[in-house]
Design a protein around this ligand. Structure first.
Ligand SMILES: [Ca+2]
Ligand SMILES: [Ca+2]
Ligand SMILES: [Cu+2]
Length: 375
């Protein structure tokens, strides 16, 4: 099976990245939601600036100040879940007013962009061996062309429990998987116009934004919007645990990655607006697909700005993830249909995910924002 060679590469990369677990069992330094499969070229220069600038489908977010970062690892109902060390400390942030998409960008929206521009996504371009080998030990043999083909990461449910450190158990490097074929060549997005587009790299999201006359949210804008004006709350809807009461988001209920109780109705992505919006009228801020932010990811960014009131912070100047120090990463927020308390609790307001800008997967999407003109 051809995939095994890429898995070998992935495993090599992950050996370098040396996962560590901190002493506090609820504060782990790493999270395997977002593997980095292969380095690829950015190619976002080809897209022409758009003039759409439409606020259709967007929500006005009134600016203000808020406390950004973790509300701690004790949930309102006493349950424990994952909290990342990078979510501390809480710090004061001021945000200008802006417009934000009410939903994740959907297949039909992304199709309009591709139809208008002929844009080819990262997943549709063959990885470049010259680039990949820079991240591998010298002398690593070049895999065959059949492996260095356009591909993306597809999630496969396992038959039973697996080591949660070993993401190769549930991620498959799948030739031919991309936004039009989310599960590979045999799949398509017919009838899924209003599902979030997936297999989107940060570069792809940037290109879409450029065309649409919009931009990606900063991490601070994203979290401010997710909190919906509520103070000291864990989730975009408040403090009720994600698995209690009515379904509030598309996540992984049950035992990841082999048993999904499907109480929220979806094993994979759900159509946007399947659950109630938050107090700002934003849908699926928690769960469904991870959403790219503009910022570089740096594990210590919150510590760097802890003692100041940050005015519209737009992230650090450099990226740093100690788990994969040679890979520059951008921030992602909100969690996905794969998130679960056993693993990441990615659907919390303060959860920080990161990935290289040239990586997409079955649970990677985005939403856009626009600056608001001051009244
Ligand atoms: Ca679900
Ligand atoms: Ca989401
Ligand atoms: Cu997760």
């Amino acid at each position: 099976m051809n995939n095994s060679i890429v898995f070998f590469l992935v495993i090599l990369i992950s050996i370098f990245s040396c996962k560590s677990v901190s002493d506090d069992s609820h504060i782990r330094s790493n999270h395997q939601c977002m593997p980095t499969p292969l380095e690829r070229f950015s190619h976002s220069d080809s897209v022409v600036n758009g003039t759409q600038n439409s606020q259709e489908g967007m929500v006005f977010i009134q600016g203000g100040s808020f406390e950004m970062g973790s509300d701690g690892n004790i949930k309102a109902d006493g349950e424990k879940g994952y909290v990342g060390s990078d979510e501390f400390p809480k710090h004061q942030v001021e945000i200008n007013s802006f417009w934000m998409d009410a939903t994740e960008v959907t297949n039909i929206q992304f199709k309009a962009f591709v139809d208008a521009t002929g844009y080819v996504t990262t997943a549709e371009i063959a990885p470049d061996w010259e680039e990949i080998k820079k991240s591998l030990p010298p002398g690593t043999p070049r895999p065959p062309d059949s492996v260095l083909a356009p591909a993306s990461l597809v999630f496969i449910q396992t038959d039973g429990p697996v080591l949660l450190q070993d993401y190769s158990q549930w991620w498959r490097w799948t030739i031919g998987a991309n936004w039009r074929h989310p599960f590979g060549p045999g799949s398509n997005i017919e009838g899924k116009d209003n599902y979030p587009v997936v297999h989107i790299s940060w570069d792809d999201a940037q290109s879409y934004c450029k065309w649409a006359g919009k931009r990606l949210p900063t991490e601070a804008e994203w979290e401010y919007a997710s909190r919906g004006g509520q103070i000291n709350q864990i989730y975009s809807w408040g403090n009720e645990h994600i698995n209690k009461g009515i379904s509030k988001a598309n996540s992984w209920e049950g035992d990841f990655p082999y048993n999904n109780e499907l109480n929220d109705g979806y094993l994979y992505t759900a159509p946007v607006k399947s659950y109630l919006p938050n107090a700002y009228g934003l849908y699926d801020m928690a769960g469904n697909v991870w959403e790219w932010c503009q910022d570089w990811y740096h594990i210590d960014y919150y510590k760097m700005i802890a003692n100041e009131i940050s005015n519209n912070p737009d992230g650090p100047n450099v990226s740093y993830d100690p788990d994969e120090p040679y890979i520059k990463k951008r921030v992602m927020k909100g969690g996905s249909f794969m998130c679960n308390d056993s693993y990441c609790s990615g659907y919390r307001n303060s959860m920080r995910m990161k990935s290289s800008p040239d990586t997409g997967s079955l649970h990677t999407g985005f939403r856009t924002v626009m600056d608001a003109v001051s009244p």
